[in-house]
Design a protein around this ligand. Structure first.
Ligand code: ZN
Ligand code: ZN
Length: 916
């Protein structure tokens, strides 16, 4: 709903003779120089621009359009900002860059950081999966990857840049002067924008059926459903670079404008025919005011007499989808996304799986998936080489190829397993809800189309849920809970109390080698203590807190049990309630447990070194997924798509130790957000997004730079050495490395030494001879094994013949008693089986439990062993057991020989012969 706002009555519109009209179809207000009764936005209008002539509009390629946009705003005083990655690492609440303003949220829009320029211009590649199911069916209005041209201004009370009039005028002048669109064709349509917790009035710039830009005036924050004015008034514009290029070229679809010769390459590779372009254009024009979907396409085409083109148009739509998805996937992967079943990795996997599904529709079967996707990707990579940010595809080619091979294999395996589960589900249910489809996709990897096919085999008719992939993408577009490292473990009332104090001066940053300090008490509550300054490092950024003690002026000492960080306030937890003993204003001394702290510092600096080494060895996609530094060890979880080989682990360790030995001097800086990002890139956010006026950057020159709160050594040489002691794949796409540094390596060596000694001792050699000793041991063992097996077979033969000779016959059934006197279960079990196969009834006592066994044949002669057992239970109440007619097991505290004679009697009764 469009709210009434003063922004809708701009001086610009009046001055340029734009008059308000109400659209006959949608009822919205719009502004036009010439009289109109509809708003020229679809569906109120068709793609009129496709068939119309604009003598002053020159054809522009995607690159030319982008450059024209950037240059126009540069010329008008806007600072140019290089595009950011599509993976929004600087945000905790979002995975992908879905618009240009995302780059500046929340730091700039909330007034925490200064923008790099004000006003500024940026052309930002975006990924938007929320309408991924529309891609292809709107012939170019929707892309999953597109460029958004944005010019932004951030207005504060003290600094006004510009607002509505200037923004509308820029749009007007850009479209009329630089693109050459006649002013009578431009329509400004009133609109309302809401997203990401912000809202404001907006204008859509629409020309003959195509919306070319949206101009948003962000002025509210939405708090509990209420509109609260923002401190920073944000001009947030989005120009569709692809749409503008399409508008000038008037190719049948925007895909032809954006992908050029790549359309033909894909067509040849997949053997697809498009309808002739003049027919295609005519059809698209007719379809442009309709809601086209897989279900409606045939009917609509048929209505216009185009049904003969149904098949080729449907194939073409799938072709356009592949062109779009391959670029989106290349962008996501070259920004370092590792496919997985959670987070941003989930979204990359979704795009790849949707590609496979699309290929499936075009008749490509699983055995050809890998080759086909790789060929398509290869063409995509070379098409974009040398062009804007897409040039990086080339550098990430190996990673892209490797990931695709891995992922396709995983998918095919998952499908095999998943289909069995689908079959089971279909036997239970003949109808599936959308949630069932999502559950099947999320847990078992089977896409809805394949479920529908499978259902068909069972005679069940199902429809693919509408907008399935959009729905799934939407559900996974944001972290489910704030996956932020939760640093405060203080009780809520203590947190509230602590936040009332000014920032603590952080002596541990000023001098990380300080282990003794003096400070003044400014707050005491129960066992919690706040000082004006401290050298005690709080639990933060995965680094464990310092311990130690504080000393009062009277000499009394209190142990520090834990240290917390509450925003900028450091809270010390003592072991007892000190309220009344320690008083505000008191001057105290602090002693930090230096051995502990030094170990933590070594593990922290080592973590930065190992991360850099992992990136060098495995690739730029490696990203920190989690981290913990304790005195025992450091652990670093990194994103990677397959298990590490021993060679890779060793290479990481070698490189890390090289950096230790190079004695690199660490550098520490406090930088503004955009300065830090410009200097080091988004890579600084390894520990997650940081929203703060200044970022503390810890740099190991030439190796690694991160926004980091931790205490670090001043030189990598002080780490002493690094040993990786554990490597584990902890979840899909995440590898955990555990390592130790410095003198902890000695402790580890002592542990190993002890182990070696214990093993040596147990086999009776000295630890130096351990290897040859174990080898000899193994050889002897295998000799004994083969000897035993020879004895066993010989003994088995002897035993069997002697048993058979002492067996007895009860009414024509041979009965035998067997006691495992050697404790060789394998041998005796074998003999039991042999005797059973010969029709004997065997009572076998293995020393712990008794068994009665025979063949089915013998059972049919009347020797039902279950019946024997139940009769035995009557004779000996202590017997407990069960089984089947031909095999029962039981325990009893009666001699097995005695039981044997009873069994014989029972069998005689049951089979029913007369003893002679
Ligand atoms: Zn309308
Ligand atoms: Zn760190």
């Amino acid at each position: 709903m469009v709210r009434d706002e003063p922004e809708f009555f701009s001086k610009f519109l009046k001055n340029y003779n734009y008059k308000p009209f109400k659209c006959r179809v949608c009822g919205e207000r719009f502004w036009s120089i010439v009289d109109r009764d509809t708003c020229s936005d679809r569906p109120c209008s068709r793609y009129d621009f496709l068939l119309k002539k604009y003598p002053s509009v020159k054809k522009l390629s995607l690159d030319e359009t982008r450059n024209k946009f950037i240059n126009f705003f540069k010329k008008h005083g806007h600072g140019y900002v290089e595009p950011y990655p599509v993976l929004a690492r600087w945000r905790n609440d979002l995975y992908l860059t879905i618009a240009s303003i995302i780059v500046f949220q929340p730091a700039v829009t909330e007034g925490i950081s200064n923008p790099p320029y004000n006003p500024l211009v940026i052309v930002q590649p975006c990924i938007r999966l929320e309408d991924i199911d529309e891609v292809g069916y709107t012939f170019g209005r929707h892309f999953s990857s597109f460029e958004m041209g944005g010019h932004h201004a951030f207005n504060k009370d003290e600094e006004r840049i510009y607002w509505v009039d200037e923004t509308l005028e820029y749009a007007y002048r850009f479209f009329t002067e630089d693109i050459g669109i006649p002013s009578e064709d431009i329509v400004f349509k009133d609109s309302w924008w809401e997203g990401g917790g912000n809202a404001g009035p907006a204008y859509e710039v629409v020309v003959d059926g195509l919306e070319l830009a949206t101009l948003v005036f962000m002025k509210y924050r939405i708090v509990n459903g209420k509109y609260v004015p923002m401190n920073v008034l944000v001009v947030d514009t989005g120009y569709g670079i692809e749409r503008i290029a399409w508008f000038t070229q008037k190719t049948p679809t925007a895909f032809h404008t954006v992908y050029g010769r790549l359309v033909d390459d894909y067509k040849n590779l997949l053997s697809i025919d498009e309808p002739p372009h003049d027919v295609l254009k005519q059809m698209i024009y007719m379809l442009s005011d309709k809601d086209v979907s897989p279900n409606s396409l045939y009917k609509i085409l048929d209505g216009y007499g185009y049904s003969e083109y149904y098949k080729s148009l449907l194939n073409s739509i799938n072709l356009y989808t592949l062109l779009d998805h391959s670029k989106a996937l290349a962008l996501m992967l070259s920004d370092g996304i590792v496919p997985s079943n959670t987070g941003e990795g989930y979204l990359a996997r979704l795009v790849l799986r949707r590609m496979l599904r699309t290929l499936h529709r075009l008749g490509v079967y699983p055995n050809k998936y890998t080759d086909t996707v790789l060929e398509l990707m290869d063409k995509t990579i070379s098409y974009w080489t040398g062009r804007y940010v897409y040039d990086k595809f080339r550098m990430y080619r190996d990673y892209i190829v490797d990931v695709i091979v891995n992922e396709v294999n995983k998918y095919i395996k998952a499908l095999d397993r998943g289909l069995k589960i689908v079959e089971k589900t279909l036997k239970r249910k003949r109808r599936l809800s959308v949630d069932d489809f999502i559950e099947i996709y999320d847990s078992h990897g089977v896409p809805p189309e394949i479920v529908v096919d499978k259902a068909g085999e069972y005679g069940i008719e199902l429809d693919v849920p509408k907008d399935f992939y959009s729905l799934v993408a939407k559900r996974h577009s944001q972290p489910t809970k704030l996956e932020k490292y939760r640093e405060e473990q203080l009780p809520i009332d203590a947190i509230e109390w602590a936040l009332g104090f000014p920032s603590t001066r952080k002596l541990f940053h000023e001098d990380p080698y300080m282990s003794y300090f003096k400070a003044r008490v400014i707050g005491v509550k129960e066992k919690y203590l706040i000082l004006d300054q401290t050298a005690f490092y709080p639990k933060a950024g995965g680094q464990d807190c310092d311990l130690g003690y504080i000393v009062l002026p009277n000499g009394r000492r209190f142990r520090v049990r834990c240290v917390y960080k509450c925003s900028e306030v450091v809270v010390h937890e003592l072991i007892e309630n000190v309220e009344g003993i320690i008083k505000p204003g008191m001057l105290i001394e602090g002693y930090v447990d230096w051995i502990r702290r030094y170990c933590l510092m070594r593990h922290h600096t080592a973590t930065h070194i190992v991360l850099g080494a992992a990136r060098k060895v495995l690739g730029d996609h490696v990203w920190q997924a989690g981290v913990e530094k304790t005195i025992d060890k450091a652990r670093l979880d990194i994103t990677h798509y397959k298990p590490l080989s021993r060679k890779e682990v060793k290479a990481i360790e070698d490189l890390a130790n090289k950096v230790v030995n190079e004695r690199r001097e660490l550098k520490f800086y406090y930088l503004e957000k955009f300065d830090a990002e410009k200097k080091y890139g988004i890579r600084i956010y390894q520990g997650g997004a940081v929203v703060s006026p200044k970022l503390r950057i810890v740099e190991i020159p030439g190796w690694d730079a991160e926004a980091c709160f931790g205490t670090h050594l001043h030189n990598t040489g002080e780490v002493g050495g690094i040993k990786i002691i554990g490597v584990d794949r902890i979840q899909d796409g995440v590898i955990r490395l555990e390592f130790i540094a410095g003198s902890r390596i000695r402790d580890y060596a002592v542990e190993l030494e002890g182990l070696v000694e214990a093993v040596s001792k147990s086999i009776g050699v000295s630890s130096r001879q351990l290897v040859s000793g174990v080898k000899r041991f193994k050889e002897e063992l295998s000799q004994y094994r083969s000897l035993v097996s020879r004895y066993r077979s010989e003994y088995r033969r002897l035993l069997l013949s002697s048993i058979e000779s002492v067996s007895e016959e009860v009414c024509g059934v041979k009965v035998v008693y067997l006691y495992n006197s050697l404790g060789d279960e394998k041998l005796y079990r074998n003999i039991v089986l042999e005797l059973v196969s010969k029709g004997y009834v065997v009572l076998y006592d293995n020393g712990r439990i008794m068994e009665l066994a025979t063949s089915r044949d013998t059972v049919s002669k009347g020797a039902d062993l279950l019946e024997v057992l139940s009769k035995l239970e009557k004779v000996y109440p202590s017997i407990r057991g069960g089984g089947k007619k031909d095999h029962v097991t039981f325990s009893a505290n009666v001699e097995s020989r005695e039981i044997y004679s009873v069994v014989k009697k029972l069998l005689m009764e049951m089979i029913g012969c007369v003893e002679n």
